[in-house]
Design a protein around this ligand. Structure first.
Ligand code: GDP
Ligand code: MG
Length: 164
């Protein structure tokens, strides 16, 4: 089947907005393909000559900003196990939170490769400053993006397709 990219992160960091941006605002949802699971929403995405599916793990909600509960962890694990790559989305304007640190620590132990997207970085100058704070998550280079404005998403997608 098509490679799957899973979008992970706490609520309100802009996962849904970023997914819309990465999938070109199409409403298409893939219901039937190898690896596709009924309780998640898959959207087709294209970059360069590659096609892949983006799954928004929007239902994988943390109870509050500091707890990553076992049953939620299980759901994230399931989404990750089918994915070629995960993108951890964080909020550049709030900076790293305890929940970001906890999820990052957990994701690092997982076998699925992870890219770190620092959302809400509306300008390149701001993006550099805001994204630098996220090196501490230990997920490698933070990619500044803006789901709303679309800035930085080309650089992120260039990196994404190297994992597919
Ligand atoms: P989700 O809960 O992670 O799926 O986040 P949403 O996509 O629903 O977005 C949460 C809030 O962040 C909404 O109010 C969005 O308008 C806002 N948001 C999303 N992307 C951006 C962005 O690139 N810049 C700014 N400033 N706000 C954003
Ligand atoms: Mg959402």
């Amino acid at each position: 089947g098509l490679p799957i990219v899973a979008i992970v992160g706490r609520p309100n960091v802009g996962k849904s907005t970023l997914v819309n941006r990465l999938t070109g605002l199409t409403d298409a949802i893939v219901h039937d393909a190898p690896g596709v699971t009924r309780d998640r929403t898959y959207r087709p995405a294209f970059w360069e000559d590659r096609e892949f599916l983006v799954v928004d793990t929007g239902g994988l909600v943390f109870d509050d900003d500091s707890e990553f509960l076992p049953h939620i962890r299980q759901q994230v694990m399931s989404a990750l196990s089918e994915a070629s790559l995960a993108i951890l989305v964080v909020d550049g304007q709030t900076g790293p939170t305890p929940a970001d640190r906890e999820v990052a620590q957990w994701l690092r132990k997982n076998e699925t490769p992870i890219l770190l997207a620092v959302n809400k970085c509306e300008s390149p100058e701001q993006g550099l400053t805001l994204s630098t704070q996220f090196w501490e998550l230990g997920m490698g280079q933070p990619y500044p993006v803006s789901g709303i404005h679309g800035s930085g998403t080309g650089e992120l997608l260039d990196e994404v397709i190297t994992y597919l």
